[in-house]
Design a protein. Structure first.
Length: 257
């Protein structure tokens, strides 16, 4: 039986009269790569902020990594990692300083930090770059390092908010190899992306529109259900069928390279 690592039931988040999340219900399993898709303004980022303990829901029952989102947000934060499109790195710090900073936040001992840093730099082939400022690194290097830092403390879940924006297809594919490696190690990967080909890499995919989950299943079953050749076509058919297009975010950029 699959172990549930995230449980969401009837999640509602309102901002005044606007409902950003409208009765979301879904589960995510341990070690799963879970795709969380939707147009700009669909409510994805709002839901991620709630699941990360950064915002409170208006109503609903939510449990993340075994902790309640209403009363145990600090415990949630210690058991998750997070990477955004901005890579979550400090540009004016060196590679080593960024690693030490995040290791300190998560309470990793100096001895263990030193060991893990050496292993990480060797794995990323960045040993000669350890004293270089982040600002001077190629985009692909920043991306790999940001992900590695997000899982440095071995969290139960890592949230990736459009992590591959702006990088080339080859680098994106290498990044997904790192995602699979983390999932194989038991880390649950919760990822949003604008690249519909990346949705194919997920174990299951949720597609949101106007604050609601309109579809949730494996990519193969979604393509079968919507008689679509790829996930890009699935997404477009769901968006076109919606009577209430997403508000607040403008036109979505969908890319399928």
């Amino acid at each position: 039986m699959k172990e549930e690592i995230i449980r969401v039931k009837n999640l509602v988040k309102k901002f005044g009269s606007f409902t950003a999340n409208d009765n979301l219900t879904f589960d995510v399993y341990k070690g799963e790569v879970f795709g969380f898709l939707g147009a700009n303004g669909a409510g994805k980022t709002t839901a991620i902020r709630i699941l990360s303990g950064l915002s409170s829901p208006t109503s609903g029952k939510l449990n993340v990594a075994g902790f309640d989102v209403y009363t145990e947000t600090e415990k949630i934060k210690k058991n998750i990692g997070y990477m955004s499109q901005k890579f979550s790195l400090y540009e004016d710090l060196t590679v080593a300083e960024n690693i030490r900073f995040y290791a300190g936040i998560y309470g990793i001992s100096p001895k263990r930090r030193k060991e893990k840093m050496g292993e990480l730099l060797k794995k990323l082939e960045m040993e000669k770059a350890k004293n270089k400022l982040i600002a001077g690194l190629p985009l692909g290097w920043k991306q790999k390092l940001a992900f590695s830092v997000a899982v440095f403390h071995e969290p139960k879940i890592v949230f990736l908010d459009e992590p591959t924006g702006g990088v080339d297809p080859v680098t994106r594919r290498k990044f997904w190899d790192m995602i699979y490696e983390a999932a194989n190690d038991g880390i649950t990967v919760f990822v949003t992306t604008h690249y519909m080909d990346e949705a194919e890499y997920c174990d299951r995919v949720s597609i949101m529109d106007a604050g609601k989950i309109e579809a949730l299943d494996t990519p193969a079953k979604l393509k079968e259900k919507y008689n679509a050749k790829d996930m890009d076509e699935v997404f477009l058919r769901i968006a076109r069928a919606s009577p209430n297009p997403s508000e607040g975010g403008g036109q979505e950029t969908i890319t399928n390279e």
